[in-house]
Design a protein around this ligand. Structure first.
Ligand SMILES: [Zn+2]
Length: 232
């Protein structure tokens, strides 16, 4: 991958940032310095110079499992919620229904070329996986749960404009959706990763803010809203 977490700080760095870091750490070879970390599994990574200029990248030091290598390996998908509270579930679902346009806007800004049909697929998955029933779910953070529910493929994108495949991950300590908002001071780190022919390309940290709720926009038509609500 072309970006990784800084060895000590919660921010992404590029290959050339890392070379600079190694130089400042007085290391004669880049891989002698403290390694950058994988944004998802947080294990140390080594750097590899590419064949061409600008091809330098980070890779895992070992063959152990990391969700970034196998996008299907997101543990929180498929684990049903326990201790279902029907009142909370209903409130969460109503929150989503009342803010569909705003959620859609937020998804458009974090998923390149998201198609409305993909939004429909997400809502169907959310229902199937009973996402609204997770204990202590903070419904304002729903866009950041929704993006992890499907893989964003080029051929499903808006006017097929998406060139790469995109997947969203939480750091791998997150084993269930419940872990996202239980016993944590802040929301877990959300990462967007792009893939080209199965190879990890760009990594982007997604800001899980709730400012999207303050923007007043009617981006979905009445017909689209009805379609969404029907499958929720
Ligand atoms: Zn990893």
């Amino acid at each position: 991958m072309f970006e990784a977490l800084h060895p000590y700080e919660n921010r992404l760095i590029t290959y050339s940032d890392y070379l600079e870091f190694a130089l400042e750490s007085n290391c004669s070879k880049p891989n002698d310095a403290k390694g950058a970390r994988c944004p998802v599994c947080t294990r140390l990574m080594k750097v590899r110079s590419g064949h061409k200029k600008g091809d330098g990248h980070f890779c895992h030091k070992d063959d152990k499992f990391c969700p970034t290598k196998a996008p299907a390996g997101r543990p929180y998908i498929g684990l049903p919620p326990s201790d279902i509270d029907p009142i909370a579930t209903k409130l969460n679902q109503e929150f989503a229904q009342n803010n569909l346009s705003k959620i859609w806007n937020r998804l458009q800004s974090i998923v390149p070329f998201i198609d409305f049909k993909e939004f429909i697929d997400i809502l169907a998955e959310a229902k199937r996986l009973r996402v609204y029933s997770y204990a202590n779910l903070e419904p304002k953070l729903l866009p950041y749960v929704y993006v992890t529910l499907i893989n964003f493929l080029p051929n499903k994108s808006f006017q097929k404009k998406r060139k790469l495949k995109f997947c969203f991950f939480y750091e791998s300590e997150v084993q269930t959706y419940g872990d996202l908002w239980i016993n944590q001071g802040s929301f877990s780190r959300l990462t967007r990763i792009s893939y080209n022919n199965g190879k990890t390309q760009r990594v982007t940290l997604i800001d899980t803010n709730t400012a999207y709720l303050e923007r007043e926009q009617d981006s979905l038509s009445q017909k689209q809203l009805e379609w969404c609500i029907k499958i929720m």
